[in-house]
Design a protein around this ligand. Sequence first.
Ligand code: CAA
Length: 383
Amino acid sequence: MQLDLSADQVLIRDAVRDLCAREFGPQASSWDREAVVPRQAVARLAEQGFLGMAIPEDWGGVGYDSRTLLIVLEEIARVSAALAIMIAVHNSVGALPVFRFGTDEQRRRFLPRLVSRELAAFSLSEPGAGSDAGAIEATATRTEQHYVLRGSKNWVTNGEQAGVYLIFARTDKAVGSGGLTAFILERGTPGLVVGKAEDKMGLRGSDTVALSLEEVKVPLDQRLGAEGEGFKIAMSMLDAGRIGVAAQALGVMGAAFEESVRYAQQRRAFGQPIARQQAVQFKLAEMERRIQASRLLIWRAAWLKDTGQPYTREASMAKLYASEAATWVTHQAVQVHGGYGYVKEFAVERYYRDARVMEIYEGTSEIQRLVIARSLLKDGVKV
Ligand code: CAA
């Protein structure tokens, strides 16, 4: 596994870092306050090809490998974790499944829009089915020309802004997770009702909505993959998505760490900068350790994915470790800042709120532990 970035990856990282610092950094706290990331921000990323990172050039994308995609997500998350999750969900669990599991006709129809301008949303969870994704109750009943979808979905990132939705529903009531099927829906389809955005603790600029499926007629040719394959499609896409969340966590904790180091060198107490106090030094050292360990787990999962090896366990380890590290690092960043860390004038307050959900969405920490344990008991310990 190569640890150095390639020359191309350095160029891409520097370009996205510069774009984020110039155009998004100054806006990020007002996006949080106003609870919206404006469409122009997504449009700016689209211009650079960042809506098509996981899609090969033959299909209009920029065809990045996983590591390059994760570098971009980390950089965006350094300034806005809200924008980062919008782009992460779009690329990893929105556009990529259309490419991976779609027919050529579906690819021709949906990918040009997805790589150039429209966000995608991924809708698996329901009010009664989050961690237990196999328990979803939304149904898809087949008629001669359509499937008719009925039910309620929630926690849909990008649900308000998306042009294309991947929705999972039950085509076979009798078979648990094996009875699920994936569908591609377009915004504006009659019966696809978008609820109001959730009022969240963090990631406030990223919209999260409930969807109501009210007798939605979906043409047969908008089924993604075969009937009954939906659960496996969702799980395999979440493997990729989880490394993206880990990269998002890396970006947020990296930003919180940098602010903490800067602040600790400026802020004086007891006659000297607080960075001279061992209590603060230990916090900074521990932050650095967790950040670097997260990065290695993330890059390992990406390397396995890019070399075509199984990576479910490693994606879960990267997501679990990095998200828990991010909540810890941002917590400590607030502590280093003292009272100033608790007010909105300092960004660490936002980082702390933003990081919290990373232990919850795309599979809670408990689910990641379950995935890791099941994998090691089934496939053995890897050394
Ligand atoms: N890739 C491919 N196939 C997989 C797989 C994977 N990663 N994981 C499981 N499968 C297959 C299994 O091999 C099995 O196949 P067979 O029936 O042929 O043997 C089948 O799927 C069922 O697997 P399990 O028996 O392991 O299923 P389970 O019901 O025990 O559930 C689970 C496993 C890990 C708990 C799963 O339900 C899970 O990951 N839950 C969390 C869901 C989640 O992450 N939700 C987040 C939604 S997205 C979001 O957060 C919002 C957003 O927009 C950011």
